[in-house]
Design a protein. Structure first.
Length: 161
């Protein structure tokens, strides 16, 4: 009788381990390294429906299922309207709720406030991280419905001059 209970208990534990493993396996996000500027600055963007939208006023845009990215290099772009657009975005983020996640300032705002700027079709709250590098002149805005995804993208940035 004790052996039968022990076998059932071991079988239940094994089933739970398989279920937990399957959850982690199917919830992983694949990332693709993308070069933002010809100087070699790059980062990882989620591959799930990732699409390069093009360039407007020197700002390059990408989007994926739950987020988007805007990148501008002030040294390479001969257009001050791109710098102005990023400045406007930074001003908008100043009014957002801010929290620190993995050493990054993460701004939580309503997606409708930035949909037109970054080409997103997201709803609800989004988490944005604004990065700049004075050495490489790169300005990057990362927005996602998932703050952990946004911080992963931010952590993957490699600046090159």
């Amino acid at each position: 009788m004790v052996n039968k209970k022990m076998i059932i208990l071991v079988a239940l534990i094994a089933i739970m381990c398989v279920a937990i493993g399957a959850i982690f396996l199917f919830n992983t996000t694949s990332y693709e390294k993308v070069e933002l500027t010809p100087n070699g600055t790059s980062l990882e963007i989620p591959m799930k429906n990732m699409e390069y939208l093009g360039e407007v006023s020197g700002i390059k845009f990408w989007k994926w299922n739950y987020g988007s990215l805007a990148a501008y290099n002030s040294q390479q772009a001969n257009n001050s309207s791109g710098a102005f657009a990023l400045h406007v975005m930074d001003e908008l983020l100043k009014n957002a709720n801010i929290e620190m996640v993995d050493g990054f300032k993460v701004y939580r705002i309503d997606a409708s406030q930035i949909d037109d700027f970054v080409g997103m079709d997201l709803e609800g709250k989004v988490y944005c991280i604004s990065l700049d590098n004075e050495t490489t002149h790169d300005n990057i805005l990362i927005c996602s419905n998932d703050k952990h995804e946004a911080t992963h993208v931010a952590q993957s940035v490699e600046y090159r001059n």
